[in-house]
Ligand binder design. Structure first.
Ligand SMILES: O=C(O)CCC(=O)C(=O)O
Length: 251
């Protein structure tokens, strides 16, 4: 349930740890509708995505999709009162929408997401952007839930290197720097969500379980955010190199 008391409490937790869990953000019936429509949308529209926007597994099921904006449910979810309340409580008024993704991670085969900070991809100056990770099913350690290094956002932007993993081109360069941080894997039910800061270090393991683990993400930036264009050039160059490497490796 989302009310003023837990919004304030979660904001404090978020500021300290770089992420916060919001239970029962979207009701279970709406989640069911979302899942049915997502399935239909993907069947009809998958061919329309650019190659680097969608990553399939060997059996052609979707592992991740990095441009969900065209799906009509995204704007509906952005308009959900609870989502608006959460975003406003963290970022203030009129935050900027900054895209949406699907991390489908099917049962038995879903890929890991290497340890990273989102702002290495986003290249904003303040790093105050957020991701809302909405769980469409159960998400836990067994099926490859997202894990976080508590408080790691306070280190600022860290060095990354190319991971050559489809859909997640970057990985933190020095994993040793994480040994001082507690690692937490929140358990989620359908309709729960996590808000995480674009500088908090996080990742997820492979899904080797029999249950799929599916989440959609909504990204937001503070109204006044600007991009670091020099860094963006470097990132784009690395992305090109990564995509070329993946093509050659045929993964
Ligand atoms: O869903 C996952 O496993 C990873 C998600 C992620 O890295 C993100 O939302 O930034």
């Amino acid at each position: 349930m989302i009310n003023r008391k837990n919004l304030n409490r979660n904001k404090k937790y978020y500021e300290k740890h770089g992420y916060a869990v919001y239970k029962k953000t979207i009701d279970v019936d709406t989640i069911k509708k979302i899942k049915i429509d997502l399935d239909k949308f993907l069947k009809v529209s998958l061919k329309k995505f650019k190659k680097h926007e969608v990553h399939l597994l060997k059996d052609k099921s979707i592992n991740s999709l990095h441009n969900l904006k065209k799906w009509k449910w995204i704007s509906k979810i952005q308009k959900e009162q609870n989502i608006k309340k959460i975003v406003n409580s963290i970022l203030g008024i009129k935050p900027r929408k900054f895209g949406a993704e699907l991390f489908a991670k099917p049962a038995m085969t879903g890929r890991d997401v290497p340890i990273h900070q989102d702002n290495y991809y986003w290249c904003t100056e303040s790093g105050k952007g957020i991701t809302i990770w909405i769980s469409l099913g159960k998400s836990n350690k067994k099926n490859g839930a997202v894990f976080y290094f508590l408080g790691s956002h306070k280190m600022g932007l860290l060095e990354h290197k190319i991971s050559y993993k489809p859909g997640s081109s970057q990985v933190l360069k020095n994993l040793d720097s994480l040994k001082f941080f507690k690692k937490i894997t929140p358990n989620l039910n359908p309709g729960d969500c996590i808000v995480h800061n674009s500088l908090v270090v996080h990742g997820s393991n492979k899904n080797l379980s029999k249950a799929s683990r599916m989440g959609i993400t909504l990204r937001y930036l503070p109204r006044e955010e600007v991009f670091d264009l020099d860094r963006r050039k470097i990132y784009q160059k690395e992305l090109k190199k990564s995509l070329k490497g993946l093509k050659n490796a045929r993964v």
